[in-house]
Design a protein around this ligand. Structure first.
Ligand code: FMN
Length: 477
């Protein structure tokens, strides 16, 4: 960096990232660690020790660290290589200050991707459409699923600068006075943001190339944050809510108004139904129901039990008394948490009044949620016709909800992804059971979770719909 009088008030210092620890051992080896990540290098030249001690503590500008070893060219070279390696592997954070006030901290999350070239901030740049500014704790953070770092914005003038980057601009032609920082400082901020993939050279990079154009911001965030590799968040079974909230019960209370379902004799259908391979080969989506001979209550009950019933409970005896631990069911779920619930919206079913029900898989019964089809339920049925091209409303719309807390209590980063995987597993189980039973199944790709929560009296954040599936009687051809 060339220092002018104004830039002399700008300082970019580097230090070890604040979620890592580092030591220099007696053999001159540098050992860094965070979570399960390790970085080891050395033995290093003894001349490096003072600058490394600063790097591991409060940090300093790179030129200051280099100045401390400038008498020894080998040490200068070794320090340079070490800083580049630490930077590339995501061990260094950078703090930019102006007149002693912090403007921005660049915090690495993971190693820098090697496949992207930073834009030239002397040319036209604009904010990536994947950049998102939000509050994390008491900090304002700029993050992006394209970036291996986050930028913590300490100063509102940096916020103003980011605002001015919403369209393609030449940084040195921005109204620096209106932003409140000298143009030279804006250029340093732009370099840091550009290096971390928050800036793109033009709109084309993210809009004309299908690789990136195909991704929406929510989808790329969801993908990058629910898989490992591009973030440093907790991952998997970390029990993030334990100690702050009570877990949801494994077994739910019994409903008040219920309709008992007959547990099917599973030995009988085995003799009558097609073999497994025929079921698999015969499975298809059928978007027409035989309303002259609608599905019966007995068939619906058997279908629900065979797809999603509880075979038996798994119980632990911790203090001598039985405690429900989990359940064995026909379809698998991540962590055996069984967060999915089925709510049949019944339009036409022999032996069962139309209305909204909840399937209680443990007691094998239907809880009555709403007797009769109100306009909201009619509208849900109608929407599925639009989504599937069915000429007439389906006999039964099975709305799949998730009790989010069951999964979110245990898992970090992956809960919603796990829930959607479980929906897919349940869909295929329902497809196969319906096919074996000679019913007409069809998955539906989307639905209105807000409306469903309102219709079923659920809280959107606790439990609402994550899937829909149609089932009815099959026309004999
Ligand atoms: C996740 C998922 C969502 C689906 N969404 C719809 C839908 O909204 N409308 C529809 O008519 N079919 C839907 N289907 C059915 C597919 O269109 C169908 O499975 C696909 O065309 C293959 O045909 P097949 O099931 O008869 O083999 C969906 C299937 C799945 C697995």
């Amino acid at each position: 960096m060339v220092i002018t009088s104004e830039e002399a008030m700008v300082e970019e210092s580097v230090c070890l990232r604040d979620d890592a620890t580092g030591v220099l051992d007696e053999n001159g080896r540098l050992l860094l660690s965070r979570d399960s990540k390790r970085f080891e290098v050395g033995p290093l030249l003894a001349e490096l020790v003072p600058s490394l001690e600063i790097l591991l503590a409060d940090g300093a500008p790179e030129e200051v660290l280099r100045g401390m070893v400038s008498q020894n060219t080998q040490a200068v070279e070794q320090l340079h290589v070490l800083l580049r390696r630490m930077d590339d592997r995501g061990w260094l954070q950078r703090v930019l200050t102006f007149k002693g006030q912090p403007l921005l901290t660049m915090k690495p999350l993971v190693a820098k991707p090697q496949d992207r070239q930073a834009p030239d901030v002397a040319g036209v740049v604009t904010l990536s459409r994947f950049a998102l500014l939000r509050r994390v704790g008491a900090e304002l953070v700029l993050e992006s699923p394209r970036s291996s770092a986050v930028a913590v914005v300490h100063d509102p003038r940096v916020g103003a600068f980011v605002t001015s980057l919403c369209r393609p601009v030449l940084v040195d032609q921005l109204d620096a006075e209106a932003i409140g920082l000298p143009a030279s400082v804006l250029s340093v901020v732009a370099t840091l943001l550009g290096d971390a993939s928050f800036l793109v050279p033009d709109l084309a990079e993210e809009e004309a190339d299908m690789r990136l154009a195909q991704w929406s911001l929510p989808d790329l965030f969801f993908h990058s944050r629910s898989r490992q590799g591009r973030h440093a968040n907790g991952y998997g079974a970390t029990w993030p809510l334990r100690g702050r909230f009570a877990p949801l019960p494994v077994v739910d209370e019994q409903g008040e108004s219920v309709i008992a379902l007959t547990r099917p004799d599973l030995a009988a259908p085995a003799a009558e139904e097609p073999a497994f391979t025929s079921v698999l080969e015969g499975r298809q989506s059928i978007r027409a129901h035989d309303d002259d001979q609608p599905i019966t209550l007995e068939q619906l009950g058997a279908f629900l039990y065979r797809s999603a019933g509880v075979r038996h409970q798994v119980t632990a005896f911790s203090d001598g008394s039985p405690r429900p631990l989990g359940m064995a069911r026909p379809y698998p779920t991540g962590g055996a948490l069984y967060e999915l619930e089925l709510y049949p919206v019944v339009h036409r079913c022999a032996g069962l009044y139309p209305g909204l029900y909840h399937y209680d898989p443990l007691r094998n019964q239907l809880d009555i949620v709403t007797a009769g089809l109100n306009p909201g339920l009619e509208s849900l049925l109608q929407q599925t016709c639009a989504k599937t091209g069915m000429a007439r409303r389906p006999q039964v719309l099975l709305t799949v909800t998730a009790r989010f807390g069951k999964v979110m209590y245990k898992y970090e980063a992956i809960p919603y992804a796990t829930i959607l995987k479980n929906v897919g597993v349940l869909y295929q189980t329902m497809y196969l059971v319906a096919t074996a039973m000679g019913l007409a199944p069809c998955a539906v790709g989307g639905g209105d979770s807000d409306s469903f929560a309102a219709l079923a009296g659920l809280d959107y954040y606790e439990e609402t719909s994550v899937g829909e599936f149609l089932v009815g009687s099959r026309r004999q051809s």
